[in-house]
Ligand binder design. Structure first.
Ligand code: FAD
Length: 375
């Protein structure tokens, strides 16, 4: 049997599902994505990927395994940029500052120095008045509203198939008798209904892993992120600021001239709408840390009313105690047992670890199917 005869189902069309599906296609499998939400849909609290900034900033505390995934992903993004200048990813200067000198994970200079080749610490003369320490390096900013359709189109153009469905469980994908409803995606494509005889399933359901039957991973929880989208086409750098009270302000530019201004990290907070008091806090901290968010003519007065706010956003980062789950399990339905590869729980680092995770998931798939030796 050839690898292209092996039907692999990927559940989830966020940045993790799409990247994984592309890697599986590239490895020679026949791949179908099943998901409730796709790129281009109205933004949803059930779809973390549409709310992200997103930049690539590795954090020391996430551990060696995550760092490997992030390093691989950094290299893949750099390669993509070389191959295709239109890919919606930008190299941007990043500066980060802290308001006090307490040692912390966010400004772990040893870790950042190892990670980002042009890392340097900033002199006192280069710091804003309200900061005591700072560092600079180049990083990547991913233009999320363009990058998700880019991944989707790349998947479809390479022969992938996709169906919209809401699955009560992964085993619902294995039974032709009790079929959920499937809608072809994109809706105008001429595809026949899927045959539910997968060789393996890759589970990229993010926060869905908490509630989807036969996964029910209680280690999964949301880390709520409230951010604002600001119109400020003159902002070209990526930056972060840690305040003494622990609040982190950050801004991430997009190619369109919009800038993400964050934000919050609130574990186990499911509230899906913005809170007026948080919006005010993000604005107040934001203009003090980054006065350039304001139009040049408005920077003297630092008035939050002068920020050109386009949207108030809330997203739930799919976080997992113990970190990302890249693991094989098997699923028995009737007389059939098929392998499941899990790839979820990336928290606030799904973009920056996406390609590394996708490659690992496909390696697990190949190892369990023994495709390199048997087929
Ligand atoms: C405010 C904010 C800022 C962020 N900033 C960054 C950043 O700067 N850098 C970075 O790397 N990351 C960042 N992240 C994190 C990043 O967005 C996530 O880690 C990433 O999007 C997770 O992707 P995912 O594909 O696992 O999940 P999701 O994007 O949530 O996708 C899950 C998919 O599974 C599908 N699904 C789930 N359950 C079911 C079901 N039962 N049936 C069918 N389909 C189902 C959904 O429909 C969806 O398609 C940020 C996140 C937020 C919220």
């Amino acid at each position: 049997m050839q690898k292209e005869d092996l039907d692999v189902f990927v559940v989830g069309a966020g940045v993790i599902g799409l990247s994984t599906a592309i890697r599986a296609l590239e490895a020679g499998f026949s791949v179908t994505i099943f998901a409730e939400i796709f790129p281009g849909d109205e933004k949803s609290i059930k779809y973390a990927s549409c709310w992200a900034g997103a930049d690539h900033i590795s954090v020391a505390a996430t551990g060696a395994f995550m760092h490997e995934l992030e390093q691989e992903t950094f290299a893949v993004f750099k390669g993509l940029l070389k191959e295709d200048p239109d890919v919606p990813v930008m190299v941007r200067p990043h500066q980060r500052y802290v308001q006090d000198d307490q040692p912390d994970n966010w400004m772990n200079t040893d870790h950042l120095r190892n990670f980002y080749p042009d890392f340097s610490t900033l002199d006192a003369s280069e710091l804003p008045q309200i900061a005591v320490r700072g560092a600079a390096f180049s990083t990547l900013c991913i233009d999320v509203p363009r990058y998700l359709p880019y991944l989707m189109n790349r998947f479809l153009a390479s022969g992938g198939r996709a169906f919209r469905t809401t699955l009560p469980s992964l085993s619902a994908l294995l039974s032709n008798t009790d079929r959920p409803t499937f809608e072809v995606f994109p809706p105008n494509s001429s595809r026949s209904p899927p045959t539910l005889r997968p060789t393996a399933v890759i589970n990229c359901t993010g926060l869905g892993a908490l509630s989807i039957g036969d996964v029910l991973d209680t280690r999964v929880y949301p880390t709520r992120g409230e951010v604002l989208i600001i119109r400020a086409p003159w902002v070209q750098r990526d930056s972060g600021f840690r305040w003494t009270d622990g609040h982190i302000s950050y801004m991430i530019p997009r190619q369109t001239g919009d800038v993400i201004l964050g934000g919050t990290y609130q574990p186990d907070d499911w509230h899906p709408k913005s809170r007026p008091e948080t919006v005010k806090l993000i604005k107040e901290h934001g203009i003090q840390a980054f006065p350039e968010l304001l139009h040049p003519s408005k920077r003297e007065t630092l008035n939050i009313e002068d920020l050109d706010v386009i949207e108030e956003c809330v997203g739930l980062r799919p976080t997992r105690k113990g970190g990302v789950r890249l693991e094989i399990e098997s699923l028995a339905v009737g007389e059939r047992t098929i392998p499941i590869v899990h790839n979820y729980g990336h928290g606030g680092a799904g973009y920056q670890s996406s390609w590394g995770s996708a490659t690992r998931a496909v390696q697990l798939l190949k190892s369990v199917l023994k495709t390199d030796s048997v087929y």
